[in-house]
Design a protein around this ligand. Structure first.
Ligand code: SF4
Length: 298
């Protein structure tokens, strides 16, 4: 949980597993997004390289993207709960805490507060990553109360609009009329307005997206994390289809995500003035650092 702790002493390197040493040497720890970020995935050792999720699962792709976007993976802890996503999140080289049926935002509240007491001089990024069931159904009260209390961490919801892990029950985030294996008559109620609920509960930055553009998705994930460090709770609501329960052929997964971008996952970004000030400052600092690096090379 810090660059110092994960870097092995030179003379011990030969005794350590090759995978570990390669991760320290060629992974994203301590690097910029230009050196090891979503723009050059496949050219550095990623934090999550293997997972047991279904082939072609859009959720698995988005989780990979989250890990490639982290501003400081060596200072990050993720928390999750039951559901498909944790099968991949738990495989990443970032500490992961597995909660008990939807309590990830309650645990994250305590952890964030503890980090601020234990490491007052550092930003320790706490991120909950859970499905629509874990975030908006089973964990709803804990999600909402963490936002109402103004807890400074990021909530990422992987919305596949179904309980994929348990065979296809409808969730609060399933769209009205969705016919699923365990909802054969079609869902009666409306899809929950997640970002509106987040804003009403006090989130200072919210974004809804279908992650079809890698750089744009990385940008908003990072914005959410930077703002949570300083201002308050932030929320990323991402469409991460379930090709099994919605019968989307693997080769059509991207086209489906593009289509959803035009309908119920239209891009929406909300930020308070305070959140905007943080984003403007951080992005200006990043640009200045890039210019300085370029000037050094020339
Ligand atoms: S059941 Fe659906 S969400 Fe779960 S891993 Fe398979 S495709 Fe992905």
């Amino acid at each position: 949980m810090s660059l110092k702790y994960i870097t092995p002493a030179e003379r011990f390197k030969k005794y350590l597993p090759k995978d570990y040493v390669e991760l320290v040497d060629y992974g994203p720890f301590g690097k910029t997004q230009d050196e090891a970020g979503p723009g050059n995935m496949g050219q550095f050792k990623e934090l999550m390289e293997e997972h047991p999720m279904c082939s072609g699962c859009w959720m698995a792709y988005f989780i990979r993207l989250i890990f490639a976007s982290l501003p400081a993976p060596e200072e990050t802890v993720t928390l999750g709960t039951a559901g498909c996503g944790r099968l991949a999140i738990s495989q990443a080289a970032v500490p992961f805490i597995y909660g008990n049926y939807g309590d990830q935002n309650a645990m994250a509240s305590g952890l964030t507060r503890a980090f601020r007491i234990r490491f007052p001089e550092k930003h320790k990024d706490v991120i909950t990553i859970a499905g629509d069931g874990g975030t908006m159904d089973i964990g709803f009260s804990m999600t909402m109360h963490s936002w109402i209390r103004g807890e400074k961490f990021t909530t990422i919801m992987l919305d596949n609009e179904v309980y994929g892990n348990t065979g296809g029950q409808e969730s609060g985030m399933s769209p009205k009329g969705a016919i699923l294996k365990m909802a054969p008559l079609g869902k009666k109620g409306e899809k929950m307005p997640a970002t509106a609920l987040a804003q009403a509960a006090g989130c200072v930055y919210t974004v809804r997206l279908s992650p079809t553009n890698i750089k744009k998705a990385a940008k908003v994930i990072r914005r959410a994390i930077f703002v949570a460090r300083e201002v308050g709770p932030t929320f990323v609501h991402a469409y991460t289809s379930c090709n099994i329960e919605y019968s989307i052929p693997t080769e059509d997964v991207f086209a489906d995500a593009k289509e959803k971008e035009k309908t119920r996952f239209q891009f929406e970004e909300y930020m308070t003035d305070e959140a905007k000030a943080v984003i403007d400052r951080v992005e200006a600092e990043e640009k200045a650092a890039k210019r300085a690096k370029k000037a050094e090379v020339v």
